[in-house]
Design a binder for this molecule. Structure first.
Ligand code: HEC
Length: 147
C-alpha cells in the first residue's frame, strides 16, 4: 500500500506497516493439494513445457536448454530460498491471493475469472498433482550461497 492511499485507511496502513512481510492466511496454503508428494522432475518438465505450464512465456530461470524465455516476470532462480512451500502453493493456485492485479494465471482456481472460453469454464488450468509437482521443483531452486 502506498503512502498517498493511506488517508482514511490510516488504521489499515498502520497494520500493514507494523507487520512487514507478515503473511495473511490467504497468502499461504499449508495443506498439500494431494496425498502423493510432488515430484520435482515432473515439476520441471511441466514448467518448461509450453503447452502445459506456459511459465516460460513470462518467466526465465536456470533452464539452459530453453532458448526463448520470458521477460514479463522474474527469473525463477532462487525461488525456493525466497518463499515457503505454503506461499508458493498459494501463488500457483491463485496468484491473485498475493497480488489482485497480477497477470500470472490462476492455475488451480476457477473463482472470479472472467472471459473464460466455453470449454475451459469451470476447469482448472492444471491438476492438483501438477501444482504439487511444480512446487516440489520450485523448492529445489535455491539461491547460491553468498560468499
Ligand atoms: C502471464 C505471465 C505469467 C505466467 C504465464 C506465469 N507467471 Fe509467475 N509471475 C508472473 C508475474 C508478473 C509475477 C510477479 C508477481 C505478481 O505479479 O504476482 C510472477 C511471480 C511468480 C513467482 C514469484 C517469483 C519471485 O519473486 O520469487 C513464482 C514462483 C512464479 N511466478 C511461478 C510461476 C510458475 C511456476 C508458472 C507456471 C506454472 C508461472 N509463474 C507462470 C507472471 C507469470
Amino acid at each position: 500500500m502506498t503512502a498517498p492511499l493511506c488517508g482514511w485507511m490510516a488504521p489499515l496502513c498502520a497494520m500493514a506497516l507494523a507487520l512487514p512481510g507478515a503473511a495473511t492466511p490467504a497468502q499461504e496454503l499449508a495443506q498439500p493439494l494431494t496425498a502423493v508428494p510432488g515430484d520435482a522432475a515432473r515439476g520441471r518438465a511441466i514448467l518448461v513445457d509450453r503447452r502445459v505450464g506456459l511459465c516460460l512465456l513470462c518467466h526465465s530461470g536456470p533452464f539452459p536448454e530453453e532458448r526463448a524465455q520470458g521477460n514479463l516476470a522474474s527469473d525463477l532462480s532462487g525461488t525456493g530460498s525466497r518463499w515457503t512451500a505454503a506461499q508458493l502453493r498459494a501463488r500457483l493456485v491463485d496468484a491473485r491471493r498475493l497480488n489482485p492485479d497480477t497477470i500470472m494465471p490462476s492455475y488451480f482456481s476457477v473463482d472470479g475469472l472472467n472471459q473464460v472460453a466455453g470449454r475451459w469454464r469451470g476447469k482448472t488450468l492444471l491438476e492438483a498433482q501438477q501444482i504439487e509437482d511444480l512446487l516440489a521443483f520450485l523448492l529445489t531452486l535455491r539461491a547460491p550461497p553468498v560468499s
